[in-house]
Design a protein around this ligand. Structure first.
Ligand SMILES: [Zn+2]
Length: 465
């Protein structure tokens, strides 16, 4: 039988996020057939070390720390080429200006370029899995473009098929329009075998009770279940969303289930958070965007912990924050500590403890759970797919390291990510993305941005901005 070529990373520190394996100061990770086959502490006696065989690629991991690739559970990747332009916009205007105005101006190629740019940028910063929350299905070609961008980059992704943007409110204000039926074509064309290249899967993103009429939000959820798709829904971010009591409505309709991920959740009541926990649902905190978006409610992190929910993290929209997961972790830790200080010792005493490893877990294994893939990714575990980032611990901002989890959460950044593997394949090596001309990519994105801004004027006028 022909042997496959293995990748062996030797003398590497490991932060596995796997409870059995834990943390190792020096280990050998063996990768075969796209999966981790073993993680063994470095043998003290070289004679007993596992041998190599012809064709193995052996990486010297000295000075590197291996940890699971991050999993971002909610990103509007299509907006990647218009990033950071709306930071100072009145947050209420975001919906009119960015979603209704610019969103309506998006052509299929802009979605392709945005998804490609966002995926490559994610990979470069250690994110190996992206839930592409794609509410820009303006035509079937837009969906094709989104999938093509994810596919070309080599990232692991969930394509979350949504609805079209339009300059009016018809899709998002008590909408009576059902979820686009093209999702059936997308499923048949790309996901008949369950995934594209064992890497990209399909989910549905919902408007839910906050944006759709009762017939429509019940229909969209039933359609997802008929198609066997997990769902994700923005819920309770702004005060106005609280009136919809979306989670309570799902519960009353007996539709709440473990296949649902709720994004933001700021204005959910404690009872609603408990309903999510009791029904096995998951959540996604887009903390950088939530803190940057004036008008969003208080971060519900501590209230979630009290119900037993462990959140996943997400980059949300780069129009007003960063998609980088290091930042999400840092923001959450700072939020946590500053809130305990602000609200005093009685509050701190009733708040469940949070560690640096918990924060790393939210960015990895909890993300895997939120997309239903915890058996495959989210920790460095033999048998799981080899989605790994290797961080340079000799960098001046990190070393000399005492507590690897603290160093990663407090101080690591994209520049420290030396190598990234998705399914055992290098997508970033020695600090550079593999097989992509980043200058060409940036030029393509710049052209898309320019064309979009040119076209957007007419749609913004229709949207009243
Ligand atoms: Zn969002």
């Amino acid at each position: 039988m022909q042997q496959t070529s293995r990748t062996i990373i030797e003398n590497v520190a490991v932060l596995s996020l796997d409870e059995t394996i834990g943390e190792l100061g020096s280990a050998t990770i063996t990768i075969d057939g796209g999966r981790i086959t073993s993680i063994e502490p470095t043998a003290e006696d070289a004679a007993t070390a596992p041998g190599h065989r012809a064709g193995d690629e052996v990486i010297n991991g000295s000075g590197l720390l291996a940890l699971p690739g991050f999993i971002d559970t909610h990103r509007h990747t299509w907006q990647s080429a218009i990033k950071h332009s709306y930071a100072e916009l009145d947050p209420r205007v975001y919906f009119a200006e960015v979603l209704k105005g610019l969103g309506a101006a998006f052509q299929a190629n802009d979605v392709y370029v945005g998804n490609k740019l966002g995926s490559y940028a994610s990979l470069s910063a250690g994110t190996t899995t992206l839930f592409d929350w794609s509410h820009v299905q303006n035509s079937p070609e837009h969906s094709d473009g989104a999938i093509a961008g994810l596919r070309e980059s080599g990232i692991r992704a969930v394509f979350g098929h949504g609805w079209p943007t339009s300059p009016d409110d018809s899709w998002t204000a008590n909408s009576t329009k059902p979820h686009p039926a093209d999702i059936r074509r997308v499923k048949d064309q790309y996901f008949a075998d369950g995934s594209i290249e064992d890497r990209i899967t399909l989910a549905m993103v919902l408007r839910g009770p906050e944006e759709a009429s009762p017939d429509v939000w019940q229909h969209e959820l039933r359609l997802a279940r008929e198609l066997g798709l997990r769902v994700s829904v923005h819920t309770g971010a702004y005060a106005r969303n609280a009136n919809a009591a979306a989670v309570q409505q799902y519960a009353d309709a007996r539709l709440l289930g473990p296949d649902m991920t709720f994004v933001h959740c700021n204005h959910l009541t404690d009872a609603e958070l408990q309903l999510i926990a009791d029904n096995g649902g998951t959540v996604s905190l887009g903390i950088h965007c939530e803190m940057n978006s004036q008008g969003v409610g208080e971060i519900p992190f501590h209230r979630m912990l009290q119900t037993g929910i462990r959140p996943s993290l997400s980059g949300d929209t780069e129009t007003k924050c960063t998609g980088d997961m290091f930042t999400q972790m840092r923001m959450l830790w700072a939020y946590h500590r500053s809130t305990l200080t602000r609200l005093g010792p009685d509050y701190a005493a009733q708040t469940p403890p949070v560690t640096m490893r918990d924060i790393l877990g939210y960015a990895t294994i909890e993300g895997a759970k939120a997309i239903g893939q915890e058996a495959e990714i989210g920790s460095l575990t033999p048998g799981k797919r080899a989605d790994i980032q290797l961080i340079d611990t000799t960098a001046l901002n990190l070393g000399p390291i005492q507590d690897p989890a603290a160093s990663v959460v407090l101080a690591a950044h994209e520049g420290n990510v030396r190598h990234v593997l998705v399914g055992g394949k290098f997508v970033k090596r020695n600090g550079s993305l593999v097989g992509v001309d980043t200058e060409d990519l940036m030029e393509e994105a710049r052209r898309s941005q320019e064309n979009l801004l040119e076209r957007a004027g007419a749609y913004k006028a229709m949207a009243g901005v």
